[in-house]
Write a protein that binds this ligand. Sequence first.
Ligand SMILES: Cc1cc2nc3c(=O)[nH]c(=O)nc-3n(C[C@H](O)[C@H](O)[C@H](O)COP(=O)(O)OP(=O)(O)OC[C@H]3O[C@@H](n4cnc5c(N)ncnc54)[C@H](O)[C@@H]3O)c2cc1C
Length: 501
Amino acid sequence: MATWSMTAPVIWGIKGVMASVRRKNFGGNLLLQPASSYTPASEEEVLRILDGHSGERLRAVGGLHSWSEAPVADGVLLDLRRLNHVEMQQDAEGPVAVVGAGCRIKRLLEELDRQGGSTLPSLGLITQQTIAGAISTGTHGSGRNSMSHYVEGVRVARYDPATGKAIIEELNAGDGLRAARCSLGSLGIILTVRIRCRTQYDVEERFSEHRILADVLDAEASFPLQQFFLVPWRWSYVVQHRREGTGSRSRLAWLYRIYWLLVLDVGLHLLVLFFLRVMRSRRLIRLVFRRVVSLFVIRGWTVTDRSSSMLVMRHDLFRHIEIELFVRRPRLDDALHFAKEVLEVAGGVRSELSTDNQRRLGELGMQDDLAGLRGRYCHHYPICVRRVLPDDTLISMASGAGEDWYALSFISYGKPKDREGFFLFADFMARSMARLFEARPHWGKVCPLDAGELASLYPRFSDFRALCHRFDPDGVFRNRWTASLLDTETRDAASNRVEDA
Ligand SMILES: Cc1cc2nc3c(=O)[nH]c(=O)nc-3n(C[C@H](O)[C@H](O)[C@H](O)COP(=O)(O)OP(=O)(O)OC[C@H]3O[C@@H](n4cnc5c(N)ncnc54)[C@H](O)[C@@H]3O)c2cc1C
């Protein structure tokens, strides 16, 4: 039976577990106050809920690990955590999994391994997201396409415009599939995801530190899965060289895991929190990053272990907030220089950008915005840079053929009440980098651009809009944020190119 409540708090009916109707996201920046909430256990229950709420706004949520307004549900909230089955299949191209929308990635990985020695081809840094939530915002790792790209079919519940009744539709080809691969929850309620898998593999990893970006990028030929960190205030690159392992797993892999957990996942974060929240000293934060942080990294220790252990970390242990901006490879160097200069101005260690960047900012008419940022935000976390291969989707951040994308992430561990400086910085970076480098903000992270700015970054945005309107003409699966993106009509040349959905 689906559980249902019109008043808070609600009993969610999961073996006696109670949850309040009011829910906060991981980052603590969103409060969800839906009018009613359900945790359906079957597709039939989802259809019944839709039929019972016809004409109202509905929204599915996953693990609430987004910072953007994507999961905000103010009408009817559906939490599909009980639709979490995993069924392995085998076809000519290899293993493929049919997964219930609410299945967490962690459980999915365990099931894939247990049922057939398989795994996902691409993973984000954590495994707390649900499969539907992860693909709906284009979740990605490094060195591969985002997870969305590997989706081969989606079952979606929506309304039949002719009868007004809830129906289930399968999207497994054409632009319908491309839209469903990253849909911001706006096509309907995703019930199952069919995703291409691969046989289990190992990853070999070692750290090194470099001063020059070209050296880091050159190493990609040998380490295609690598990611790197620009260390603020030291301005060096700490590189996690990674590739598929060909030898056996390291005997000391267990020790490496303990090192990661205690030293990096916990120790490094406690150090940052201490200087940020207890000492509250920008000078000391800068000193720590210049002199201490890189000492946490053991260089030259090569370790090989299972991919699902090596590619993730416990980044979810401490609450934080993040903006991530995607630029094409030819713009990476320029974008990182720009980011460094802006961080120095925001941190109060320089008053202006370099002459070139100052001129470019002048052309955008954004000098006053930079002046407003001066001295307002001291960045305090390594800037993670990950390569994402172009996705075959309509609007995931890496969508569109061409050069690889690089995602630059800026994370703040400031308390929720102390985030004003971060939001100023995030807003400035998103707007300036969109115009200077055509940088696309992650859909699931802080995403401060308006509909026009976002649409201009995606050649196929109007196609996505058209499909959303075809699937959901009354906009019942939109929340306020996605309605602001999707209900604005911007006609362009691409708008009639929607293939069969
Ligand atoms: C600590 C941390 C680390 C992260 N690391 C990474 C990373 O390495 N790479 C990366 O790219 N991102 C990362 N993210 C972002 C995260 O992967 C995305 O925001 C993802 O969308 C969250 O999934 P979720 O299950 O929590 O979904 P939610 O945040 O609950 O929802 C996301 C979207 O999915 C929609 N949705 C959910 N379920 C359904 C459904 N059944 N039907 C239709 N729509 C649905 C929601 O409506 C919403 O629009 C990280 C986030 C955190 C907090």
